[in-house]
Design a binder for this molecule. Structure first.
Ligand code: 5RP
Length: 219
């Protein structure tokens, strides 16, 4: 295992303490989350059911023996959501979507009371934007949204993947994201935009960072 993976695993293991037994648990997507799912199984903690953010996570959860329910099947809110990020700033604004699961992640995060973000220390940034911002867009809107991104001096590139919902991903590099909430709200207005990879309106509540010195938890 490389150093970054070790740091991810450290953060992921620490997140198990936040899981409330016999309650619903929201589960994100990505390699850090995969470590979390394995650690949760090892802990022996039992949840009522998991609400998954993607098809990939659903497959992993089922393979590890966790029950999975659809968000539409549950009443009330999810107490805890655990997920990774691509970048996070000091105010817990994030860029997410490196794994193309941003839409499911935003929906489940929004339905959750506490967002526990697990990350290795390379994800910490002063200002969001060095990681190309993922946008999930309807196929019909790809060229229009690319033009809109060029209009704000972004450099859009269509990713070679189709999301769980049959849409495209545009990765936008070159953005200086000084006001994440403002940009998220502006991008949300574009016709054909499904999900913007800025998570500022619903940022994280707890950040667990794994580094070579161990873990650091910030709330
Ligand atoms: C997937 C995501 C992931 O949380 C993000 O890409 C981080 O992934 P990893 O844990 O593999 O570094 O937003 O859409």
């Amino acid at each position: 295992m490389d150093e970054q993976a070790r740091k991810k695993e450290l953060a992921a293991k620490a997140a198990v303490d936040y899981v409330i037994e016999n309650e619903y648990l929201g589960v994100g997507t990505g390699t850090t989350v995969s470590f979390f799912i394995a650690a949760l199984q090892q802990s022996g903690k039992k949840v009522k059911a998991c609400v998954s953010s993607s098809d990939a996570t659903t497959r992993q959860l089922l393979a590890f023996g966790f029950p999975v329910v659809e968000l539409n099947e549950i009443q009330g809110r999810i107490p805890v959501y655990v997920d990774g990020c691509d970048e996070i700033d000091a105010n817990f604004n994030m860029i997410k979507g490196g794994g193309a699961a941003l839409t499911g992640e935003k929906i489940v995060a929004q339905a959750s009371d506490k967002f526990v973000c697990i990350a290795d220390d390379t994800k910490l940034v002063k200002q969001l934007g060095a990681f190309a911002l993922p946008l999930e867009v309807l196929p019909k809107a790809v060229e229009q949204i690319k033009k809109s991104m060029e209009g704000i001096r972004g450099v859009p590139k269509v990713r070679e993947c189709i999301t769980d919902y049959g849409n495209n991903i545009i990765d936008v590099s070159g953005l200086q994201i000084q006001d994440p909430l403002k940009l998220e709200e502006a991008i949300n207005q574009l016709p054909g935009l499904v999900t913007c990879g800025i998570f500022a309106k619903r940022g994280a509540d707890v950040l667990i960072v794994g580094s070579s010195d161990g873990i650091k938890i910030t709330t």
